[in-house]
Design a protein around this ligand. Structure first.
Ligand code: ADP
Ligand code: MG
Length: 541
């Protein structure tokens, strides 16, 4: 497939050529012909980094009738993303007489208003600023041809749903709505149903969500050893260029500060860091001057880099979608990458869930041990000394060297200098011990079954029923509890899935399922987590 096969304008073909786009990505191949053929509401779903922006921008640019009244409004969750989208549209429009404007908070509203007043055809904005502009009466949305929600799942995560509804109220009825997202969580499909009863769903299949160029591994590690494990990875891989993902802003700060204290060149990005600093860090990172970026999911969304060597899940993501987003930052565009997830023993269920839902093989590996790290560091040092000597510019220092060496043992002199320069960086005892832990992967899933004593069941009868219907033997099922109206059983992951699938068969979409995963996360997980965090901060320096 080639862009030339589509019925695109010459301006567009030239712009594509200029950008170096030759063939459409999968999502583009699905969406572009569809929208060129006929305007429809649609949802486009594909992994991060697969070219969703151009998938909607190309047909919009090709089909709107520009008259300097806003014809397309594109909402994006962050300023960075709004800028990226407007840049992409700007570069795709080529010679077309179409005006594009990005509006977002944290930048002068006066300038944005001035530009809006000049007449604009396409507005890309963050929800808050768009609402401001509507309220000020400078953004009129009653001639829209397209309303686009970009990164819809992230919009949801950031709590923008009500804002989106508010904005929609100011728009004309007959526009077409396009939702683009890496994942389509329920609230998004519900909004879609509500605002666009008839819409197409075009998606790039889930199995392709994680790329096989990314090697996915996990380390079993205690919470209190995570930082040490991170340092070992960084030391073991001298060419490390990657993002360390944390769950919260304060964790981002904590990890970054500790890294800096150990002389690693790392910077943090998250929502509470000022725009200026964030942009500076991103800039350094994109140019590889900075090689370690510590980030929250949301802050990392706008980072348009594809050649990371590593993605570290310092905290295991809460959703498999966010796992996919995170690791999508490496192994792109033909580059190999490694995604490392730190998993504490309490998080085995989460890991199992992510493995299952992303259908990816996340392999267990051991944290690099100190000997290997030192060997790797020594190799680098030896190689760089050889390289330095090749530069052959040491002559001015020869005399001084002779003075220093006079009557001394050469090795002792070099060793003293190394000690002075590298302090204890090459000494094994400078690394703290990491305790071995085991993440139990034969995790049992607790199932809720909507059958109980009232249906004539007891433990034996329930096991028999399950065996008859699913062929899962009773010995695989543990902790059976039959209550008056419902029951609970625990079964290994695969069996649990089979039980759910088989016993829920024939149920219609809106029926209550017969079997569900019991909601035990809330009762066990969170509480424990908070306590262990408190105790950790006390016994660390
Ligand atoms: P998404 O929104 O799906 O995360 P983007 O639209 O940001 O992805 O695209 C990711 C990168 O791929 C961008 O740098 C974009 O310019 C580039 N890109 C998009 N489509 C193509 C294409 N057909 N050929 C080459 N590069 C492309
Ligand atoms: Mg995008």
């Amino acid at each position: 497939m080639n862009f030339k096969d589509y019925n695109l304008s010459n301006e567009m073909l030239n712009a594509l050529e200029e950008k170096g786009f030759v063939s459409p990505s999968e999502i583009q191949a699905l969406v572009i012909p569809e929208l060129l053929k006929e305007r429809t509401h649609l949802i486009g779903q594909a992994q991060t980094g697969t070219g969703k922006t151009a998938a909607f921008s190309i047909p919009i640019l090709e089909t709107i009738k520009p008259n300097k009244k806003v014809k397309a409004l594109i909402l994006a969750p962050t300023r960075e993303l709004a800028n990226q989208v407007s840049d992409e549209i700007y570069s795709l429009k080529g010679k077309k007489d179409i005006r594009v404007l990005a509006v977002y908070g944290g930048a002068s509203i006066e300038n944005q208003i001035k530009n809006l007043k000049k007449g604009v055809d396409i507005v890309v904005g963050t929800p808050g600023r768009v609402i401001d502009m509507i309220n000020k009466g400078v953004l009129k949305l009653d001639e829209l041809e397209y309303f686009v929600l970009d990164e819809a799942d992230e919009m949801l995560n950031m709590g923008f749903i009500e804002d989106i509804e508010l904005i929609l109220e100011s728009t004309n009825e007959d526009k077409k709505m396009l939702f683009f997202s890496a994942t389509i969580p329920k609230p998004i499909s519900e909004i879609a149903k509500r605002f666009m009863p008839e819409h197409k769903v075009l998606k790039v299949k889930k199995k392709e969500l994680t790329t096989n160029l990314t090697e996915q591994i996990y380390f079993e590690v205690r919470r209190e050893d995570k930082f040490e494990a991170l340092c070992r990875v960084l030391d073991y891989k001298p060419d490390f260029y990657g993002i360390v993902f944390c769950r919260t802003k304060s964790e981002v700060d904590e990890v970054t500060n500790k890294l800096k204290a150990r002389n690693y060149d790392a910077e943090a990005i998250h929502g509470d860091i000022t725009q200026g600093l964030r942009e500076k860090a991103l800039d350094l990172f994109k140019n590889k001057i900075l090689t370690i970026l510590v980030a929250t999911d949301v802050a990392a969304r706008g980072i348009d880099v594809s050649n990371l060597t590593h993605v570290i899940n310092y905290s295991i993501p809460q959703e498999s979608d966010s796992y996919v987003h995170r690791i999508g930052r490496t192994g792109r565009a033909g580059n190999k990458g490694i995604a490392i997830t730190f998993v504490t023993p309490q998080e085995s269920r989460k890991l199992a869930q992510i493995k299952r839902e992303t259908k990816s093989d996340i392999k267990k590996e051991s944290i690099p041990d100190v000997e290997d790290i030192l060997r790797s560091k020594e190799e680098v040092l030896v190689a760089s000394v050889e390289e330095i000597m090749l530069e052959n510019d040491y002559k001015p220092y020869l005399e001084l060297a002779q003075k220093i060496l006079k009557g001394k043992n050469t090795e002792a002199v070099v060793a003293s200098l190394l000690r002075h320069v590298y302090d204890d960086e090459f000494i094994a005892s400078s690394y703290s011990k990491i305790k071995n832990v085991k993440v139990e992967m034969n995790d049992n899933t607790r199932l809720f079954i909507a059958l109980g004593e009232k249906d004539g069941l007891n433990v034996n009868k329930l096991l028999k029923l399950i065996h008859e219907k699913t062929k899962v033997p009773g010995r695989k099922i543990k902790d059976v509890k039959v209550m008056a109206n419902f029951s609970f059983v625990s079964a290994p992951l695969e069996e649990a899935e089979l039980i759910m699938k088989t016993l829920n068969k024939g149920k219609r979409k809106n029926d209550k399922p017969m079997v569900e995963v019991a909601n035990s996360d809330k009762s066990s997980g969170d509480g424990k987590r908070k306590r262990s965090r408190g105790s950790r901060s006390k016994n660390r320096k």
